[in-house]
Design a protein around this ligand. Structure first.
Ligand SMILES: [Zn+2]
Ligand SMILES: [Zn+2]
Length: 413
């Protein structure tokens, strides 16, 4: 005997892709509305209002965050079962849009340049498909709309408020988590993914080299911090190349160095800032120790002082191998094997969905959205003032979110 759930699961991919294509105009409309009014950081009241209104229109109850403008909601299946979390981030970036699109940002100095507007629109589209298919669900879908992905630890605020805690959001223990991130690295309507490390940890280095100012003609009477700073930059690069396994990538970049006012003054101090990117928790810990040790050694050798802070950024985004293989299968069913791209290596950017995948078996997939007209070598990337995402790709994102929920919850009824 075939149950309704089994029937739904067997036919879901093709039907879901078609259903997602059918609602694409509405998804595009929401996306463009958000795109015109980007908001930055943890407090995004207009974006939150758009999400809450859309959820209410589906008969879902939005729950808003206490410390941020996050939104969650639960789609209850017809029968009991586990909970799957689907996540979209909400925030824009502090730059001025130069795409010339008809729906370009109307807010000077703010742009949805990372495509988080598309994520919200896709997850709302998936919510619609899932709300219409509750009968196929044995369990619950927890939708996570988070602000502050771009460096503000928005996901961590939601976890601190009990996102995953039994009962707190009306959802029981979350057993699986899936996120989608749009990208112009990949052709439109493809899915790129990999098990294990997907994105890097993102710790920041802030160092101040302290010496003693004086006349540039008499360095022996001063304590020049500039050679210390120069040596520190080079010593860090050398230490990384000698200490880290070449097959477990690490990037250390000193991105700002600043000191002095003119040619004949030795300054008192030099400021240095940089970023440490690693793709394993082991290397993350190793790099923190290494940077501290090298800074202390260089300072001691020069007789200067280095005040060093390592600001904790996002953890490595680790994708559960089983969950990734499962999503890969769903993507192949939805889009065809040729549209699934197995990433050869991680990307050294960061993601705060990593906080979720630290706690729940989960994964993030990239949704390719590079317009066919763009040269892969020169297409503006995410975070560019010129980036344009191919909107029809969003139908695949909607379908993948929905397929993950239906497949995970459609099982053992
Ligand atoms: Zn971004
Ligand atoms: Zn992003």
């Amino acid at each position: 005997m075939t149950t309704g759930a089994e029937a739904a699961r067997a036919t879901a991919p093709h039907l879901l892709r078609a259903a997602a294509e059918a609602i694409l105009p509405g998804v595009v409309e929401v996306r463009r509305r958000l795109h015109r009014r980007p908001e930055i950081g943890l407090h995004l009241p207009q974006t939150q209002a758009v999400i809450a209104e859309a959820l209410r229109a589906l008969g879902l109850e939005p729950r808003v965050g206490g410390s941020t403008t996050s939104v969650t909601t639960v789609i209850e299946g017809a029968r009991p079962g586990p909970t799957i979390l689907l996540r979209a981030d909400m925030d824009g970036l502090p730059l001025t849009e130069d795409t010339g699109l008809g729906f370009a940002s109307e807010v000077p100095g703010a742009m949805h340049a990372c495509g988080h507007d598309t994520h919200v629109a896709m997850l709302l589209g998936a919510a619609r498909l899932l709300a219409e298919r509750r009968d196929a669900l044995a369990g619950r879908v927890l939708l996570m709309f988070q602000p502050g992905e771009e460096g503000y630890h928005g996901a961590r605020f939601m976890l601190d408020e009990g996102l995953l805690v039994e009962g707190a959001h009306g959802a029981g223990g979350v057993e699986r988590a899936v996120a989608i991130h749009i990208s112009t690295r990949y052709p439109s309507a493809t899915i790129a993914l990999r098990p294990g490390p997907l994105l890097a940890s993102t710790d920041a280095i802030r160092a101040t080299v302290r010496g003693r100012g004086g006349h540039a003609s008499a360095p022996h009477l001063a304590l020049d911090p500039i050679p210390t700073a120069a040596e520190l930059v080079l010593a860090l690069q050398a230490a990384v190349s000698r200490s880290v396994d070449a097959f477990d990538p690490v990037v250390l970049t000193i991105a700002r160095i600043s000191g002095g006012t003119t040619n004949n003054i030795i300054p008192e101090r030099v400021e240095i800032e940089g970023t440490i990117r690693t793709t394993s928790p082991e290397n993350r810990a190793l790099m923190r120790d290494l940077v501290r040790r090298v800074a202390a050694g260089v300072a001691a050798a020069q007789g200067t002082e280095i005040d060093l802070e390592i600001d904790e950024g996002y953890p490595v985004t680790l994708c559960d191998p089983d969950v990734t293989a499962w999503v890969r299968g769903l993507a192949a069913e939805l889009a065809g094997e040729a549209a699934v791209l197995d990433m050869a290596h991680p990307i050294m950017g960061g993601e705060d969905f990593s906080y979720v995948t630290q706690r729940v078996p989960g994964m993030m997939a990239f949704l390719g959205a590079r317009p066919a007209s763009e040269d892969p070598a020169t297409a503006p990337q995410n975070h560019s003032n010129l980036v344009v995402f191919d909107e029809p790709s969003m139908a695949l994102g909607v379908a993948l979110y929905a397929a993950a929920a239906i497949d995970f919850l459609g099982g053992d009824a």
